[in-house]
Design a protein around this ligand. Structure first.
Ligand SMILES: [Zn+2]
Length: 189
């Protein structure tokens, strides 16, 4: 038997084992937090679309809560989340003076993935890592995306904090790439 030795090595891409959806918090009609001249719903919809492009480049099939440029209401996002093994909804936080940093809110079994999302976000944006927290600790009183959708709320930064916002606007492309890589690794393990 003779090996054919002119075949070029194809980069090894492990198969996708878990289904993925990514969601933009709030919706086209519910803006979420409005601060420093920005609406939360717009910021997170653009970020979701950027992560989606990166996931496509990495070969990860996924669903969105709407077409690119569209942000469907939460009840639609929750239904899609519940049908997928990995579901992440992006938000921008609001708080009092000085509140800063990234955090995730999820059920206990999603905390390891939440912690990885926090870690890359804190690193890329250079803001505090507030960590992966349980469902009830955020400013959203009822987290259907977590309780019914089984997903992770990713509060990327504080929109109410001008420095957090500045860091996000500077580094959002890099952050989208890094977040997509974390999701990709999770989908392949
Ligand atoms: Zn929000």
């Amino acid at each position: 038997m003779r090996w054919i030795n002119h075949v070029k090595a194809v980069p090894h891409r492990p198969p996708q084992l878990r289904s993925v959806m990514i969601s933009a918090g709030h919706s086209d009609t519910v803006p979420g937090i409005v601060a420093n001249g920005y609406k939360e719903a717009d910021i997170v919809q653009r970020f979701r679309d950027a992560v989606s492009i990166e996931l496509k480049l990495l070969g990860i099939m996924h669903l969105l809560d709407g077409e690119p440029g569209e942000n469907l209401p939460l009840r639609e996002a929750v239904k899609i989340a519940a049908r997928n093994e990995i579901a992440i909804e992006f938000h921008a936080n609001g708080g009092g003076p000085g509140a800063t940093g990234v955090e995730t809110l999820s059920q206990a079994h999603n905390k390891p993935l939440g912690a990885e999302l926090c870690s890359v976000t804190a690193e890329v944006l250079g803001i505090a890592n507030r960590g992966a927290k349980p469902e009830g600790s955020g400013q959203h009183s009822r987290l259907a995306f977590v309780s019914q959708g089984g997903g992770i709320i990713h509060e990327l930064f504080f929109l109410s904090n001008a420095n957090d916002l500045h860091q996000f606007l500077q580094h959002q492309d890099e952050l989208a790439k890094r977040v997509a890589r974390v999701i990709t690794d999770a989908a392949r393990e």
